[in-house]
Design a protein around this ligand. Structure first.
Ligand code: SAH
Length: 369
């Protein structure tokens, strides 16, 4: 049994069942024992692979997107390029390399990485050791200095804890995590009903609410409205708010029970982009999209970039570029990579852009012609 499991059991014994939000927050982010705090979960040897780790093209296109968006902002003389949850720092490295083809932009950037995991912050420092712009680290967005900003969040919102409410005997009750008779973690429901949820649904229906993510979106949007800029949020999720739960746990590329081995498995949910968009609009910001990741990357020229890279590649490298391209933009199931099979991310993943009011739709968010 892990030390975090012991800690959570003691906590439940002392305080009673925990809300799912608190359980998930501790499983992922406990300051010394949380999943993200203790390890680098990426890559073939880790629990999952993200788009920037699949291909350099991903970060490069986002770097060029940032340069274009900076021009659309009126090319302010100083820009904070912020990334939330930067993982290994691969996206930022590829973005900064691509941005160096636009020196007017590259010369005004200061990069800020918002990361709570010391293990991953160290990996980011190594990845970005040769960066030609100033780079600093923050444990929250609150400490980023004022001024116009472009904010990138790739697979960040799916890693934030959620609340579940379950329809039970005509009322919505919050899902809690307690201990069963054998001392295992088990779901239960709060005694008090949540009167603020007015949704009609059958017995047993579940509503998933990403309150932590919505609060972060409110903070980002408020900043963009006051100080200018844009945020690009890319993640798996859905464009409309729907009933149902999407909590999942991944360990060694396999799905496991979300209550088993807290701290050892990645807990995530699909992102409710409609709820993020509502939070952004409520703060006075302008919302573009969501569009699918496939549409965004196609609009930003990933096919042209893949062709250019393939021209300089040997046969094996070209096949790798093709497989990465299919994985990033298509919704094809069963793409063969490195001896395994994976599904395309092109449709499941969505991109949302939030800007200060009055900005034209940024690159990749133009309506289809
Ligand atoms: N963007 C990266 C990593 C995604 S995984 C990629 O696409 O590869 C989620 C990242 O968010 C990790 O770096 C994790 O440590 C970080 N993270 C999780 N919760 C966080 C929080 N509350 N504040 C800042 N970073 C957080």
């Amino acid at each position: 049994m892990s030390a975090l499991e012991d800690y959570l059991r003691d906590l439940i014994a002392q305080e009673g069942p925990l809300t799912l939000e608190r359980f998930m927050g501790l499983a992922l982010g406990h300051p010394t024992m949380g999943y993200y705090i203790t390890r680098d979960p990426f890559g073939v040897a880790g629990d999952f692979i993200t788009a920037p780790e699949i291909s350099q093209m991903y970060g490069e296109l986002i770097g060029l997107w940032a340069a274009e968006t900076w021009v659309a902002m009126g090319a302010p003389p100083h820009l904070h390029l912020v990334e939330l949850g930067p993982g290994r720092g691969t996206l930022m490295k590829d973005a900064l390399r691509a941005a160096s083809v636009a020196p007017a932009f590259a010369n005004v950037i200061e990069a800020h990485l918002v990361e709570t995991s010391p293990v991953l912050a160290k990996a980011q420092m190594e990845t970005l050791a040769g960066a030609h712009v100033p780079v600093s680290w923050h444990s929250s967005i609150e400490t980023i200095p004022p001024g116009p900003a472009i904010i990138i969040a790739n697979e960040f919102f799916d890693a934030l804890p959620v609340r579940h409410y379950v329809k039970d005997a005509g009322a919505w009750r919050e899902r809690l995590v307690g201990l069963d008779a054998q001392g295992r973690f088990a779901f239960g429901l709060s005694r008090e009903a949540e009167a603020s949820i007015k949704v009609d649904a059958p017995q047993g229906a579940v509503i998933e609410i990403g309150a932590v993510g919505q609060r972060i979106m409110t903070t980002l949007a408020t900043r963009l409205v006051e100080q200018g800029g844009a945020a690009l949020i890319i993640d798996y999720g859905y464009a409309q708010t729907v009933l149902g739960e999407t909590l999942q746990a991944l360990r060694d590329h396999q799905f496991v029970d979300p209550l088993d081995c807290p701290g050892e498995a990645d807990l995530t949910t699909h992102v409710d982009f409609a709820a993020l968009a509502r939070a952004a609009r409520a703060a006075g910001a302008q919302v573009h999209g969501p569009v699918t990741q496939g549409a965004l990357l196609t609009g930003l020229g990933i096919f042209e970039r893949a062709r250019a890279l393939s021209r300089r590649a040997d046969a094996a490298q070209s096949a790798g570029i093709e497989a990465a391209l299919a994985r990033l933009v298509s919704d094809q199931a069963g793409i063969e990579v490195d001896g395994g099979v994976v599904d395309g991310m092109g449709e499941l993943f969505k991109a949302l852009c939030v800007t200060a009011p009055g900005m034209a739709p940024p690159a990749g968010f133009w309506p289809p012609s």
